[in-house]
Write a new protein. Structure first.
Length: 233
C-alpha cells in the first residue's frame, strides 16, 4: 500500500532540517506501529519520500510525503496514530491511498506558492502598483550562490508565474519549483529589495510556503487530488 499525505510544518519545528524531518517521521511511524515497507540491500530503510525541501526557518502550510507500507491500513487510523507521535507544530492534515506506479512527488510537483511578509521603509506608492511594476519587467537578474562553486547570475523572471497582493504587507507569489527550474524564495526576496529602495530584504523567517502544486496549463492541482493522481502513472 502506498500513501500520499499532506502535512503542515509550523513555528515550533521550522528550524528542523530536511534530513531531521525525515528522521522524525521515520521514528513516529515506528512508534505508531505501522507495517512499514523497507528497501532491499545491506542497509534497508523505510520507503519514505518527501516533496521539495523546505528552507530551514520557513513554515510550510501544505507539504507532502509518500510512504510505502507492507500491508493495508485504514487511512483514518494512519492519520490519527501518526499524529499522536508527532511533536507540536507537525501534523498530518489528510492522506490518500495512491496506486502502484504513481510518479513520485519530486517528479510531478512543479509549482510552489510563497507568502512574503513585507517590511516597507516608507510608503510612497501603493503596494499593488509596486508589485505590478516588478512583474512587468522582462528580466530580473539575481546572483545565485552555489555551494563549492562560483556564483552565477540568473534571470528569475521566467520562474515567476504570478504575484498578487493579498493584504497590506503580504505579497503572494506563484513560482517554478521543479528539476527543470527552481526559484529559491530567498532569491526572490533579494530581487524585491534590490528593485525597490522602500523594500527591506525579506528574511526566510518572514516567508511561508503556502503550498506545493502540479501546474497543468493555467490550473493548479494539489498532489493528492484524485483528478491528477490517475494521470501521474
Amino acid at each position: 500500500m502506498k500513501i500520499r499525505a499532506r502535512f503542515e510544518k509550523l513555528e515550533e519545528v521550522k528550524y528542523l532540517s530536511h534530513l531531521e524531518l525525515i528522521r522524525l517521521f521515520r521514528r513516529a511511524f515506528r512508534r505508531a506501529g505501522l507495517p512499514l515497507a523497507y528497501s532491499r540491500g545491506f542497509n534497508p530503510h523505510v520507503l519514505l519520500s518527501l516533496g521539495p525541501p523546505l528552507k530551514v526557518g520557513m513554515i510550510g502550510r501544505n507539504e507532502y510525503f509518500d510512504l510505502e507500507l507492507s500491508d493495508e491500513i485504514r487511512i483514518d487510523s494512519f492519520i490519527s496514530s501518526v499524529n499522536r507521535e508527532l511533536p507540536e507544530g507537525l501534523r498530518i492534515l489528510e492522506a490518500v491511498s495512491i496506486p502502484e506506479g504513481t510518479k513520485p512527488l519530486m517528479a510531478v510537483i512543479n509549482t510552489a506558492v510563497y507568502i512574503f511578509d513585507m517590511t516597507l521603509r516608507e510608503r510612497i506608492q501603493s503596494e499593488e502598483k509596486m508589485l505590478e511594476k516588478f512583474l512587468s519587467e522582462n528580466r530580473i537578474i539575481v546572483t545565485r550562490h552555489r555551494r563549492n562553486k562560483e556564483d552565477i547570475e540568473i534571470d528569475i523572471r521566467p520562474l515567476i508565474f504570478a504575484g498578487e497582493l493579498i493584504e497590506p504587507g503580504k505579497w503572494k507569489f506563484q513560482v517554478k519549483c521543479s528539476s527543470q527550474g527552481n526559484l529559491r524564495p530567498e532569491e526572490l526576496g533579494a530581487a524585491l529589495a534590490d528593485y525597490y529602495t522602500e523594500v527591506e530584504f525579506v528574511p526566510v523567517v518572514n516567508i511561508q510556503r503556502e503550498g506545493l502544486y502540479i501546474k497543468i496549463g493555467a490550473e493548479l492541482y494539489i498532489p493528492s487530488d484524485d483528478m491528477v493522481i490517475g494521470e501521474l502513472r
